[in-house]
Design a protein around this ligand. Structure first.
Ligand code: PLP
Length: 391
């Protein structure tokens, strides 16, 4: 698998003296996010196999890594397109991939409804550069997209976003879905593509039986909507949804025909806690935060340079990699963390340790680049191209 080197626009050095030699992993300026290429590749191949074995399309979610380098690996390994959360995320990744030779070919699904004429116009502009599908959960959204494509010479595929229990976005039932499909069918430049039912509330349910029951309830809600759309004469070619936690369960349930998982590329502490040894938990933790011990004067703990600013904090604390019992991380302010050492400190000032992030997506979004490692060796960097692109 190819390794990407890309200069960082903010001028961060793409390589340090000693990179590429044993021990270089511990020489990265910290805090930094590291991704083990072999584990990442294995995760990408495993999800490719899961989707292929189930006969489902795989459209991985970019919100987890925001990196054209990883998107490209996914496209080279079974992904039929990309899922993006926000317009800016899609715009940046489409452009970066075009630079890498995927020009005009990448099917992109925008998984969040967009609002207002300006956003619809941006979608129409983007549709000239990729094969674009957008979810909609309100009739006004259809009108905005129809107005934007008029005269732009592009076509946008519209999916009806269905609330399958998360309650975040999506129509509430079959009547609203049918009326949206009707509006799309009557709009020049728009094509009705099917439905999205993302069961975000189910992904971290622990216990496979409990997660399956919750996923079944969500699938049933989507199935009712699909049935109503078909009864009203609308074809429903695409039924997309799912995430890492339900990837295999969704196949078993048989309602979705496309998966859009994101976190499986990295996994994180929160997912590991929830999925444990379940088959959906088989993905490796390929992402770590490297942090340096900046003070070791106290008995029982040391201070490291990764604090609240170094990771998303919504899911609790990170895990300390490879350390004995008694070692634990606590937040210690904006810039620092406290790592207990479980007795006399085996950790010295200047030592670099690694943490498994509590929640991968919003952690990655805090960094400009990923340091790509193989074992103890840094082999390159990959830009987190769409970092901060949440508009
Ligand atoms: C709409 C949508 N689809 C897919 C995903 C991917 O889920 P996960 O990262 O749990 O695999 C997300 C994540 O939040 C999402 O919001």
């Amino acid at each position: 698998m190819a390794v990407g080197y890309r200069n960082n626009e903010r001028g961060i050095p793409r390589a340090l003296d000693g990179v590429g030699r044993p021990g270089s992993r511990a020489r990265i300026p910290t805090p930094a996010v590291l991704c083990d290429l072999d584990l990442l590749s294995d995760n990408i191949r495993m999800m490719e196999d899961v989707a292929a074995a189930g006969g489902l399309g795989l459209r991985p979610h970019m919100k987890s890594h925001k990196s054209a380098f990883i998107a490209r690996l996914q496209l080279e390994h079974g992904a039929i397109g990309l899922s993006c959360a926000k317009l800016a995320e899609a715009e940046v990744l489409v452009d970066r991939l075009a630079e890498d030779g995927f020009a005009g070919q990448v099917p992109v699904l925008l998984t969040s409804p967009i609002v207002g004429p300006a956003a619809a116009e941006r979608a129409a502009t983007l549709a000239a550069r990729c094969e674009l599908a957008v979810v909609v959960d309100h009739p006004v959204g259809v009108g905005e997209l129809a107005a934007a494509v008029r005269g732009a010479g592009v076509e946008i595929t519209v999916l009806c976003d269905v609330d399958v229990g998360l309650g975040r976005t999506g129509v509430l039932g079959p009547d609203e879905a049918t009326s949206i499909a009707g509006l799309v069918a009557g709009s020049a430049g728009l094509r009705f593509g099917g439905v999205q039912g993302y069961a975000g509330h189910v992904q971290h349910v622990s216990g496979r039986g409990e997660r399956l029951a919750a996923a079944r309830a969500a699938a049933d809600r989507l199935s009712v909507v699909v049935g109503a759309l078909e009864a009203a004469g609308h074809e429903v070619p695409l039924r997309t949804g799912g995430g890492t936690g339900t990837s295999m369960l969704d196949i078993e349930l048989g309602v979705l025909n496309e998966l859009q998982p994101g976190s499986y590329v990295f996994m994180d502490r929160e997912y590991r806690d929830a999925l444990g040894g379940d088959p959906e938990g088989r993905f490796h933790q390929s992402l770590t935060i490297a942090t340096t011990v900046v003070s070791a004067n106290q008995a029982g703990f040391v201070t490291v340079d990764a604090g609240l600013k170094a990771m998303a904090t919504d899911a609790g604390v990170p895990l300390v990699v490879g350390r004995k019992a008694g070692t634990g991380y606590h937040f210690f302010g904006d810039e620092h963390g406290l790592v207990t050492t479980g007795g006399p400190s085996p950790l010295e000032r200047g030592e670099v340790i690694e943490l498994v992030p509590p929640h991968c997506d919003p952690t990655v979004d805090r960094y400009d680049l990923l340091w790509l490692v193989r074992g103890d060796v840094v082999v390159g960097t990959a830009a987190i191209d769409a970092r901060g692109c949440s508009q």
